[in-house]
Ligand binder design. Sequence first.
Ligand code: ZN
Length: 295
Amino acid sequence: MTDKNNNNEDIVLYEVTDQVAVITMNRPEYNNAQNSAMTYALDAAFRKAVDDDDVKVIMLAGNGKHFSAGHDIGTPGRDVDQTFDRAHLWYDHTNKPGGEFLYAREQEVYLGMCRRWRDIPKPTIAMVQGACVAGGLMLAWVCDMIIATEDSFYSDPVVRMGIPGVEYFAHVHELNPRIAKEFLFLGERMPAERAYQMGMLNKIVPREFLKEESMAVAKRIAKMPRLGLQLTKQVINNAEDLMGKRSTMDMAFGLHHFAHTHNEMVSGDRLAGFDGKAMAESQKQQQKEKAEAGA
Ligand code: ZN
């Protein structure tokens, strides 16, 4: 699980303690921005944890100050144009023209991977601190439970690019339709407390206790029988899909790609000219305006 663009350090860390596998994103210098190298390393780590009969619960963490700032849209390790051994039966995107390039890529690395991880037949817990933004939300949302720090915050600012939210569109099911509209229309940071009130988080803890508290919950779950946990997870995931989660996501993904293609036709750029820096800058500006308005 090495990233050649990451000074050969492990881009994803893996350790098992007391039947709990902890999978940690390890690009702290880029706030765990997810490039494909990281996504495939995460997939490999999840597979390892699924294959290991001694692992009962899987935790997903981000090393450093932030859980994840989202998809990599501007670090030196950005690898959108690179080919990887694919996890699904999608063809390679790198030599495809027009809208097909990103459509094929995102079917595989975003929608495909996230759905696959969401249905992992073992309980998963996300441990979230600091920023959980855009693509970061997708990784927290695929987990069964989310335990977060008091200083964590959540936002999906991609409407700013003219795109209706991130690829794994679970906003309506994670929040509720009216709050999801507020969340997306404003693109502002939702503090941990509000996300907890909305039922998006299971527990909020001080940052110094995040690992300890999450581990304690994971160990209690690990005492339950494996099959019982898996069957329960299947039932609840199915209930979510009956509540429209899967079909909402399918529709959103189609419109998401219409927007990518529209952006490219109009501005020559699929992200409407935003890179990581421009996105962070506009968020900062927004926070400032909000503070000045006393809102
Ligand atoms: Zn996209």
